[in-house]
Design a binder for this molecule. Structure first.
Ligand code: FAD
Length: 482
């Protein structure tokens, strides 16, 4: 049995980023995954295919709207098979490219399913059926997550989908129910509503997108309520069963009123659970918490020496960019560098229309933490670029620490918010203050100017918004008591 210096178990964005950096640092690396090539959920059935479909949704919606700008297209014709083909090609190209990078870096890639035999040994059942035992000095567990199942709900089928089922556009249902008002349900609901489904969203909580500030969600909700047929909040699904013609669903509101309806298809997107079962993790002695996440410290170390965990399996937020940064941290720790995974801002983006993005402190978090903060907001109705795009339905906000005037967080709702938020992440990580943002020359005409103008608003000096003077805030004399 060969002893490996480093094994990375799971080749999602966490695992492959870790393996590639380890190879770059001169380690002997073995990367194991069930799939033919690296990519994980993100590339095969998550971030990438969903964004490919959202691109089509955007195109269709813009074509429908164009008549008000004096350009008339005929009703778009949609060919689900071709849409699927194109989306699958994007996935194949990207995962194939990662396969190439794996070979170029001389990472030893094994396609197979692994399980632990003890804290130092794995057994891999390869795609061809043969088994191999591998011992290791270090292992990074990056096994990711899977869609959560609701007890007593029927199995997934061609009418009852998880996110993977919804990404495989076979036929477009006339009536689609999305259970769960989180980002995955809303993104996939946007895709189906744009290509012609009547989409109903049902959410148990009183609002959509728990975790995002309400004023940002309000911008999104205004537009989405035109695209979706119905959004039911404070409502749960009390029963669901397949019929010959579709899926029968019983809703129950918070005041216990029941309502039965039928849909052609149902997407269940009620969260994801970490993949800690099915590979004999128990044999290592690694501890998991009550939600099933592997417990790690800031260096991605578990309680067992030589065993690290990263990405979705190691805790929230379950996002690809968090996974890859943790993966790189774990490798640096193994290489002996003095590093920690301690970001001030992990951006979150909801790729709906409009997009919502935030990083650092949300306003709600700032309020809860007891920090002294102020908020500056810039409505996009005053942005020239937003007007040229006919997308004045946007809002940029900054959360600012009183006194130091440091930028603690940023939130954006509007077209392209996902791209714009990167500047907020840099500002928070660099400890920039609101004057830095105000004095940074932003290109005109762009939506990025809304970030600069939000900073100007903080001082009551926005060029494009007139506000009667009420504050004597000065950018050279920060004072918490003003
Ligand atoms: P994963 O990507 O889950 O990869 C884990 C890998 O481990 C898998 O390839 C699996 O085959 C392998 N594996 C597991 N067990 C074993 C075993 N025993 N043996 C061998 N291999 C094993 N995140 C974003 O940041 N942005 C987005 O826009 C976004 N959109 C999403 C859309 C959808 C529909 C979904 C479902 C998710 C989305 N996510 C998004 C979340 C993102 O996909 C995950 O956060 C990310 O993939 C986590 O990466 P990971 O490396 O931890 O694990």
């Amino acid at each position: 049995m060969s002893k490996k210096q480093l094994i990375v178990l799971g080749a999602g964005p966490g695992g492959y980023a870790a393996a590639f950096l380890a190879a770059d640092l001169g380690m002997d690396v073995t990367l194991i995954d069930k799939e033919l090539n690296p990519g994980g959920v993100c590339l095969y059935r998550g971030c990438i295919p969903s964004k490919a479909l959202l691109h089509i949704a955007k195109l269709v919606n813009e074509a429908k709207e164009a008549s008000k700008w004096g350009v008339e297209f005929s009703e778009p014709k949609l060919y689900p098979e071709k849409i699927n083909e194109w989306k699958n090609k994007v996935v194949k190209n990207l995962t194939g490219g990662l396969g190439q990078l794996t070979k170029q870096r001389k990472v030893h890639y094994i396609q197979g399913t692994a399980k632990f035999l003890d804290p130092h040994t794995l057994e891999v059942e390869k795609s061809g059926g043969e088994k191999e035992k591998l011992s290791f000095e270090n292992i990074i567990i990056a096994t990711g997550s899977s869609p959560a199942r609701i007890p007593n709900f029927p199995e997934f089928s061609d009418k009852i989908w998880d996110s993977t089922g919804a990404l495989d556009i076979k036929k477009i249902p006339k009536k689609l129910l999305v259970i769960g008002g989180g980002y995955i349900g809303l993104e996939l609901g946007t895709v189906y509503a744009s290509v012609g489904s009547e989409v109903t969203v049902v959410e148990m909580l009183p609002h959509l997108l728990n975790g995002a500030d309400r004023d940002l969600v309000a911008v999104f909700q205004k537009r989405i309520s035109k695209l979706f047929k119905e959004i039911l909040v404070s409502t749960k699904v009390a029963g669901i069963s397949e019929t010959k013609s579709g899926v029968k669903v019983t809703f129950e509101t918070s005041d216990k009123k029941k309502d039965e309806r039928e849909f052609d298809a149902v997407l269940i997107s009620t969260g994801r659970k970490p993949n800690t079962k099915g590979f004999d993790l128990e044999k290592t002695g690694v501890k998991v918490d009550d939600k099933g996440f592997i417990i790690v410290d800031k260096q991605c170390k578990t309680n067992v020496t030589g065993i690290y965990a990263i990405g979705d399996v190691a805790g929230e937020p379950m996002l690809a960019h968090k996974a890859s940064h943790e993966g790189r941290t774990a490798v640096e720790v193994i290489a002996g560098h003095k590093v920690e995974f301690a970001p001030n801002a992990i951006p979150a983006v909801v790729f709906t229309d409009p997009e919502i993005a935030w990083c650092g402190y949300t306003e709600a978090e700032a309020k809860e933490s007891g920090i002294k903060y102020e908020v500056a907001k810039f409505p996009w109705a005053a942005s020239g670029r937003a007007m040229t795009l006919d997308r004045t339905d946007g809002l940029t906000k900054i959360i600012i620490e009183q006194g130091s005037q440091r930028i603690l967080g940023m939130g954006i709702a509007g077209a392209g918010a996902g791209e714009l938020i990167a500047e907020g992440v840099l500002a928070v990580e660099m400890g920039a203050n609101v004057t830095d943002l105000k004095l940074t020359i932003h290109p005109h005409p762009t939506l990025s100017e809304t970030l600069m103008e939000t900073a100007e608003i903080f001082f009551g000096q926005s060029t494009h918004i007139y506000r009667p003077k009420k504050s004597d805030k000065s950018d050279d004399k920060p004072d918490a008591n003003k």
